[in-house]
Design a protein around this ligand. Structure first.
Ligand code: KG4
Ligand code: ZN
Length: 338
């Protein structure tokens, strides 16, 4: 079945066509980063309006690029129903449901984090179930025991800030532009180790929960009385990144121990972080296990992961039963198994 996927949960308008047999046929993305940069973060109302402006052309473009002749080729439509910005979600839900009505095909609202979680399955080297997933994005930080599609047990999550949020806030402190994560990671490459040291929050606790708000405060305190020249900013960025990577790696190892699993997935925007990937890959090979992750462009928000989850669930006969769905909050462990 050919599934059109639509992602509009935050500041990326993204669409893709995924075929259950042939795999991913085409994907397109419009980033709103330039629109929001002057405000230092995402402005929800501007995000919603821009999704409306960009979606129709992106859908036409992806269809052309996939060689789709017309709506008769499409078997179903999936959209991100949550979690995310409610207005932005409603745009995707409305467009997807209207097209499905016009084209007389089934439509399904899917979970954004399930999209991230299963995105490594878009690659040639795809993880088998069961595995442990570290989901790290701008809004979420969690460790999940994955038994199968829709069979998710949350082992731990952040008690306050998400790790992407910590990257973004720390980047802002260092005067870097939004979105801060990639900019901070780039700055850290020029950092000298050992000049600053930040806490590894919750690492000594015997559970898989995280807390990142204190780390940001530690950066504020450490930089209060020093001149923030270019080298100092790079040193701070490196020390921050090392603290985050150590913390995430420590909790992943605990989760693998608790579940007796040897396969680890890292996904979500922060999963694009090179230092994190290298560290997790090294830890996994040391333990005779394996790390899986999506290609970098499918770590951050994209349409392919939504079309992929949609194809799996629509293929199993699941559809929206009560009209379009948009949920700002939606627990991952409440999903229907496939
Ligand atoms: O998954 P995503 O695109 O959107 C959400 O669902 O939140 O994640 C965005 C987050 C942002 O906080 C961004 O700064 C962070 O991922 N991010 C990174 C990197 N690339 C994106 N953080 C650290 N290193 C990166 N290379
Ligand atoms: Zn995301």
């Amino acid at each position: 079945m050919l599934t059109l996927g639509i992602e509009t949960s935050c500041d990326e308008t993204a669409v893709a066509l995924y075929d259950s047999d042939a795999g991913l046929l085409a994907h397109r993305l419009h980033s709103q980063v330039d629109l929001h940069r002057v405000y230092g973060g995402v402005v929800p109302e501007l995000a919603s309006r821009d999704h409306i402006r960009k979606l129709p052309a992106l859908i036409r473009d992806v269809a052309r690029s996939a060689g789709v002749d017309g709506p008769q080729d499409v078997g179903g439509i999936a959209y991100t129903a949550g979690p995310g910005l409610i207005g932005a979600l409603m745009v995707g839900a409305s467009v997807a449901s209207s097209l499905a009505f016009a084209w007389k095909v089934p439509v399904l609202g899917v979970h954004h984090m399930e999209g991230h979680l299963l995105a490594p399955m878009l690659e040639d080297e795809s993880p088998e179930f069961p595995f442990v997933a570290l989901l790290v994005s701008g809004g979420h930080t969690m460790l999940v025991a994955v038994e199968g599609i829709g069979r998710y047990k949350i082992l731990g999550e952040t008690l306050d800030d998400a790790v992407g949020e910590a990257f973004d806030k720390t980047a802002k402190l260092l005067g870097l532009p939004y979105p801060g994560g990639p900019a901070l990671a780039a700055l850290a490459t020029a950092g000298r180790p050992g000049r600053f040291s930040f806490p590894r929050p919750m690492l000594n606790r015997p559970n898989c929960d995280f807390s990142f708000s204190g780390l940001k405060t530690a950066v504020v305190i450490a930089t209060r009385d020093v001149a923030l020249d270019e080298q100092t900013r790079a040193d701070v960025a490196l020390a921050f990144e090392q603290a985050v990577v150590d913390t995430l790696a420590g909790k992943c190892l605990l989760a693998l121990e608790m579940t007796g699993t040897t396969r680890l997935v890292v996904a979500g925007g922060v999963g694009a972080n090179q230092r994190l990937r290298e560290r997790l890959a090294a830890e996994m090979s040391r333990r005779g296990g394996r790390l899986f992750y999506p290609r970098t462009e499918f770590c951050t928000d994209n349409g392919a992961m939504i079309a992929h989850v949609g194809a799996l669930r629509l293929g199993a006969g699941q559809t929206d039963r009560d009209g379009p769905v948009a949920r700002a909050r939606w627990p991952l462990d409440s999903l229907e198994p496939v």
